[in-house]
Design a protein around this ligand. Structure first.
Ligand SMILES: Cc1ncc(COP(=O)(O)O)c(C=O)c1O
Length: 404
């Protein structure tokens, strides 16, 4: 049976407190108990359906969490104040001092910085590997390894992880495969391919309006309960809780994710094909020239395409900066980090979102100075956008004029 994640979101039916079509927002940090015994039981983790304190859980957060669990096909999920607020607790929950992580080397700069600079202070060390080479991944595993970590489509190089292959390795060595699916919601369903835990930065496509940060951990009931445990749960104790008002607004945006992903992917595919034809060094998983195009195809759910992220390499940082400034001036998008907005966003990752990665390591992984990362918007007329972008490139001698 094909997995159809958008149906699972569509099929949710929540009634508000007064019969509203949206669930009521729980605007309370704390909750009353009719008996002292129930309060005690709740602290012991034994009172289903009772709320305790909103850092632990709140009705609004549970609604959003359940919707995201339905989308990813996991037993349950817990929402967090940011993507990093999901990633760091899950890794700290799964690994103790002296334990080890094998991670893709091409991951979001913040996650990389956490693993490289912060986690070692707690005795957790990470080996960074080329995630596309399964033999290299397996060779990095030690007796202390607990977690295999990757992004389904990596930030910013758009490498694609072979989740089935990684899952086999994880199962063989008794590791948890944690996949950040921020770049490919709906398109890829990591759990269905063998991942154990799926995390997202909701800040990006899922919320889609660049008005908040947010995150989620989707996994088994056991893991999510552990994360929320009042005695030793990393989500509970590190306190990266999402605010209820925000979870209510993210839930409303989630309902249009399927339409938005189709348009982001359609527009990105169109531009990637045109840019490649024009002779620009273009990376997009939807191009047959992408080394993992077939792999992505073999993993993807129908309809949502190859997502909205693409990169071009214009050679130098100066050229990249000039192009981004000109495109912003022409109102083609914003020179801004992040992704998933209705307008196109562009940034040069080497000097922004991946600046935590030292320059020599950037060069080794192919992250060149002239690389521009695009999050393609929902533009209604992508041909017009393309023509305007091309005009900017011709003006800056990045492309030659056909007239010349
Ligand atoms: C792939 C990926 N994962 C995680 C994050 C972190 O998310 P947040 O900024 O919501 O903490 C980002 C942010 O850029 C990202 O691109």
């Amino acid at each position: 049976m094909k997995f159809k994640p958008a149906n699972h979101i569509q099929d949710l039916q929540y009634f508000g407190e007064f019969g509203g079509v949206n669930p009521s927002i729980s605007d309370s940090s704390t909750y009353t108990f009719l008996s002292a015994k129930t309060m005690f039981d709740t602290f012991e983790g034994n009172a289903d359906g009772c709320y305790l304190y909103s850092r632990h859980s709140s009705p609004s957060n549970l609604y959003l969490g359940e919707a995201l669990a339905a989308m990813e096909g996991t037993e349950t999920a817990t929402v967090t104040a940011s993507g990093m607020g999901a990633i760091t607790p899950v890794l700290l929950q799964l690994c103790a001092s002296g334990e080890h992580i094998v991670s893709s080397r091409t991951i979001y700069g913040g996650t990389y910085a956490f693993l490289k600079n912060f986690a070692p202070r707690l005795g957790i060390n990470t080996s960074f590997v080329d995630i596309t080479k399964l033999d290299v991944v397996e060779a990095a595993i030690t007796p202390n390894t607990k977690v295999l970590y990757c992004e389904s489509v990596s930030n910013p190089l758009l490498e694609v992880a072979d989740i089935k292959g990684l899952s086999k390795i994880a199962k063989k060595h008794n590791l948890q495969l944690v996949v950040d699916n921020t770049f490919s919601p709906l398109s890829i369903s990591p759990l269905k391919l063998g991942a154990d835990v799926v995390v997202h930065s909701l800040t990006k496509f899922i919320n889609g309006s660049s008005d908040t940060v947010g995150g989620v951990v989707c996994g088994t009931r056991e893991l999510i309960d552990q994360l929320r445990n009042v005695n030793d749960g990393a989500a509970m104790l590190l306190g990266s809780t999402m605010d209820s008002l925000r979870s209510a607004s993210v839930l409303k945006n989630l309902r249009t994710l399927h339409i938005r992903m189709q348009q982001h992917s359609h527009n990105a595919q169109y531009l990637a094909e045109k840019f490649e034809k024009d002779g620009l060094k273009t990376v997009y998983p939807g191009l047959s020239s992408h080394p993992s195009h077939e792999l992505f195809k073999s993993m993807m759910n129908e309809k949502y395409g190859f997502s909205g992220m693409l990169t071009i390499d214009v050679g130098t940082l100066d050229k990249a900066n000039a192009l981004m400034e000109l495109m912003q001036e022409r109102n083609l998008g914003y020179l801004a980090v992040s992704l998933g907005f209705y307008k196109t966003l562009f940034s040069a990752p080497g000097s922004s979102t991946s600046s935590e990665i030292p320059e020599d390591e950037q060069a080794e992984m192919g992250l060149n100075n002239g690389l521009i990362r695009f999050s393609i918007g929902l533009d209604a007329d992508i041909e017009r956008t393309y023509n305007m972008m091309k005009a900017c490139m011709i003006e800056l001698n990045i492309l030659e004029s056909e007239m010349a």
